[in-house]
Design a protein around this ligand. Structure first.
Ligand code: FAD
Ligand code: DLZ
Ligand code: SF4
Length: 511
């Protein structure tokens, strides 16, 4: 038999490098394996989404005449890991060679590097060129730089891809329209109604399997309505471009109780597993701008997230691994509290974000960054525990994208490799950008004493606690100048109340 082509769960792209040169007689291997469901205890909804998407992708391949060896999680012969399943398939199909596309995670790359020796057959590991920036290109760009700044990387990407360029110049004269993308949601502005996708037989079977095998994992399977096939994913992307993109920019940072998706695309899980190509997402958005259907601040903002941040984050991961996962430059040691798993907290903003992630395996960027992430930073939660939480709860989470966002962006645990200062904020930011505070037992305006918002106490406690580490940063000058002017007794009160709050957090580690 010529070639066995092993496709992983986040490689569901017809034009994948390992599928490109298919010949008659080749077999595609796909497998649902227990090890992947439990290296962290992924949200049930993420596993159900991915298994259903894998099964639909296998059916698509079969419809095109491809032979697929698909191993389900409940197959009696399933041995439970990528390596043992590949070994079994090699024995069964006796291929001349195995072809794979490089994986998204370091731990899987290590497995792949051992396969040649373990399997006794040629294994070709091909680049994942679904990303617009190769490892070599990113390393070349980053070479010699002490600090990596996404904005400069992004400009290079704009130039090299030609997206939103008019000759040598950025469209409408500016690289970045972020200043127009910070509006809170006004009363009366309603997000559009989303398309939903009915549960078919394949998804039904997977939901049952997930409930029976990993029913004790975090989150809910109820009301599953997310796209699971290439056709549905494309429909969802097109819907976003037509109906939500125009307001995506303006309200990108806004938060509203009971409106988890707002004008966000909600396509990260579809891009990350391969059902949507990042290029087609950028191209459709750019076409909407050229056709006058969406303004530049929205389209530039969307393309920057995908072609800028997404590619940059992946570049950081592969450049910094291994070792990046243990970064802890602020020496944060506190355990994550139980309420991150239960949602049972009287901090209204955190309560809503956690309830939403339990229900949908999704929060939008500002909830991840400025509510949950900000709280983790201010409290000094252990970066390893925070990484595990973020990798567990989101349906779009893979280590290559989760880790730099957690270690570098929210926790400043890499000492500022790509963030020029910690994203630390008091309650004022959350109050300005959301309606959470109105329904909270705390007040964002109260700084100490009865009713004081814990974010206010924790913010200054964080600033004082990390003074030695952060004071030299020019971008922190104003903050430390304010601290220097603060009354010493007030600082003492803040620290005492912050400590009492932190000591009151329960972390049993039972979740
Ligand atoms: P939109 O707001 O509509 O943005 C469009 C697209 O841009 C996203 O679909 C995504 O592909 C890309 N994007 C935007 N911001 C980022 C970013 N910072 N890094 C990489 N891609 C980005 N994204 C993941 O895909 N997986 C993760 O595990 C993940 N973990 C995160 C952890 C933290 C602490 C933070 C702050 C962000 C994380 N993000 C992660 C990035 C971002 O929050 C999500 O991509 C986004 O919220 C997904 O929702 P959306 O599709 O509606 O995105
Ligand atoms: C996330 C995930 C899960 C839960 N299960 C599987 C699986 O059973 N089979 C599979 O091929 N892939 C799965 N994945 C995605 C992999 O974890 C992902 O391919 C690696 O982390 C590399 O990025
Ligand atoms: Fe969150 Fe504080 Fe606002 Fe309550 S008052 S919702 S805890 S920011």
């Amino acid at each position: 038999m010529p070639t066995l082509r092993f496709v992983l769960g986040d490689q569901l792209s017809r034009d994948l490098s390992s599928l490109r040169d298919m010949e008659a007689g080749d077999v595609v291997l796909m497998c649902e394996v227990a090890d992947e469901t439990r290296y962290v205890r992924h949200h049930k909804r993420k596993i159900a989404f991915l298994f259903s998407a894998m099964r639909h992708f296998a059916d698509d391949l079969r419809d095109r005449g491809v032979t697929v060896d698909y191993v389900t999680l409940d197959d009696a012969d399933n041995t439970g890991s990528f390596t043992s399943e590949l070994k079994r398939a090699v024995e069964k199909h006796a291929p001349d060679a195995v072809a794979v596309t490089e994986p998204g995670e370091w731990r899987v790359r290590q497995m792949m590097d051992d396969w040649r020796e373990e399997l006794g057959v040629a294994v070709e590991i091909r680049p994942d060129d679904r990303f617009l920036c190769s490892h070599e290109k990113f390393r070349g760009w980053a070479e010699g730089l002490k600090e990596l700044r996404m904005e400069y990387f992004y400009r290079e990407m704009r130039r090299s891809t030609g997206y939103l360029m008019e000759g040598d110049h950025p469209a409408e004269g500016k690289w970045n329209f972020d200043h127009a993308n910070r509006e809170p949601l006004k009363k009366g502005v309603e997000p559009p109604e989303r398309p939903t996708y009915a549960v078919d037989e394949t998804t039904e079977a997977v939901l049952g399997l997930v409930a029976s095998r990993v029913g004790n994992h975090f989150g809910s399977l109820d009301d599953f309505d997310y796209p699971v096939s290439r056709r549905q994913a494309l429909h969802y992307l097109n819907w976003f471009v037509e109906e939500a993109l125009r307001d995506f920019g303006t309200y990108q940072d806004a938060m509203r109780e009971g409106a988890p998706l707002l004008f966000h695309s909600h396509v990260s899980a579809l891009i990350n597993c391969g059902l949507i190509d990042p290029r087609e997402a950028c191209e459709r958005a750019e076409a909407a701008w050229r056709d006058g259907k969406a303004p530049i601040n929205a389209v530039e903002g969307f393309i920057r997230q995908i072609m800028g941040w997404r590619e940059f984050i992946r570049g950081v991961y592969w450049r910094e691994m291994p070792g990046y996962e243990t970064s802890n430059r602020l020496d944060a040691q506190r355990s994550l509290p139980d309420f991150f798993w239960t949602g049972e907290t009287d901090l209204n903003c955190l309560h809503h974000c956690i309830e939403e992630v339990k229900a949908r395996a999704y929060n939008h960027h500002i909830q991840r960054l400025m509510v949950l992430g900000n709280f983790c930073l201010l409290c000094g939660f252990d970066p390893k525990e925070v990484q595990e939480w973020y990798l567990t709860v989101y349906h779009d989470a893979y280590e290559w994208v989760e880790m730099p966002n957690v270690v570098g962006m929210i926790l400043y645990a890499d000492g500022g490799l790509f963030a020029s200062k910690p994203y630390a904020a008091s309650a004022n930011y959350i109050d300005k950008m959301s309606d959470y505070c109105g329904g909270c037992r705390y007040s964002p305006k109260v700084k100490t004493g009865e009713g004081a918002c814990p974010f206010n106490l924790l913010y200054w406690d964080f600033i004082v606690r990390n003074e030695k580490r952060l004071k030299g940063n020019p971008r922190m000058n104003r903050t430390y100048a304010t601290l220097d002017r603060m009354d010493g007794r007030k600082v003492q009160t803040i620290r005492k109340e912050a400590t009492a709050f932190l000591d009151g957090l329960s972390s049993t580690g039972n979740y």
